[in-house]
Design a protein around this ligand. Structure first.
Ligand SMILES: C[S@@+](CC[C@H](N)C(=O)[O-])C[C@H]1O[C@@H](n2cnc3c(N)ncnc32)[C@H](O)[C@@H]1O
Length: 263
């Protein structure tokens, strides 16, 4: 198994759609037709859920009609939020076939198919044309990707001049990481967190100009504390969230946002 197959195997699983539909059903909703909010953020696989997606969208200037590429789109929660709340036109690309299938099904059930589509593919070889997007987002994906230069060169390639890139990942804040599992990897073999400088250097090499950086650490700690209190989303093992919380508190890892644009 190459490492991309291992990453997809980590995230995949036949019952992922059923588990999300159960969230809607258990709250009295109709799993055939429902509003994205009825998934209660379980389709947003990142620290901060829908609130964090809104923050990233605002900082990236995403608005009605913005053509957005969602790189590593997971279950499509980010894409549906950008379309439903901001009016964007979103194309999601993700490595994990089960996630792409679930993302499509959830998007049909929430009535957003006219503005959201998904393709299975790699962030390192994006199946989209040069210069075809106004914005690209990478949310909690880079930790699974060893080659940050290639990731960010591909993101830069798909942006039109003036287009914006928003990266919101868990990054290395200091020291080494010993404790696995983490939410994105069961072992170190598929885990490549790097410091913000690795991202901003790669952005520069890709011809992007970095505009701003933020580290919402206190919010990340509060989010994980609440998640551990209330049960982990999507059956994510408690130990993975606990290890991430410990690494945040110890200053080893931190959630970081970096915004850049293509001149
Ligand atoms: C933690 S999830 C985040 C999903 C989504 N961005 C969100 O915030 O809800 C990470 C996602 O990245 C995808 N991924 C990891 N490596 C990838 C790669 N090389 N190319 C495309 N997708 C990748 C995984 O399949 C998974 O769906």
């Amino acid at each position: 198994m190459d490492y991309e197959e291992s990453v997809a195997a980590h995230y995949g699983g036949a019952d992922v759609l059923e588990r999300l539909l159960a969230v809607v059903r258990n709250a009295g909703g109709d799993p055939a037709h429902f509003a994205p909010a009825e998934l209660r953020g379980t389709d947003q696989l990142h620290i901060g859920g829908r609130a964090a997606t809104s923050r990233v969208a605002e900082r990236a200037g995403i608005e009605a009609g913005t053509r957005v590429l969602d790189i590593g789109s997971g279950l499509g929660g980010v894409a549906r939020h950008l379309a439903g709340e901001f009016g964007a036109d979103v194309h999601g690309v993700d490595l994990t076939p089960e996630f792409v299938a679930a993302a499509r099904s959830l998007t049909e059930r929430t009535g957003l198919v006219s503005s959201v589509q998904f393709t299975q593919g790699s962030a390192l070889d994006l199946p989209v044309a040069d210069g075809s997007f106004d914005a690209a987002v990478v949310i909690h994906v880079g930790m699974n990707i060893r080659d940050k230069d290639r990731l960010l060169a591909e993101a830069a390639r798909v942006l039109r001049p003036g287009g914006v890139l928003a990266v919101y990942d868990i990054m290395l804040a200091g020291g080494g990481i010993e404790a696995y599992p983490l939410p994105w990897a069961a072992t170190r073999e598929t885990s490549f967190p790097q410091p913000p400088l690795a991202y901003s250097d790669a952005m520069g090499q890709a011809g992007l100009e970095v505009d701003s950086e933020a580290k919402p650490l206190a919010e990340g700690i509060a989010f994980l504390e609440r998640a551990l209190d209330g049960g982990a989303p999507l059956g994510l093992a408690g130990p993975a969230l606990g290890n991430l919380l410990d690494a945040f508190r110890a200053g080893l890892l931190a959630p970081v946002e970096i915004y850049a644009h293509r001149p």
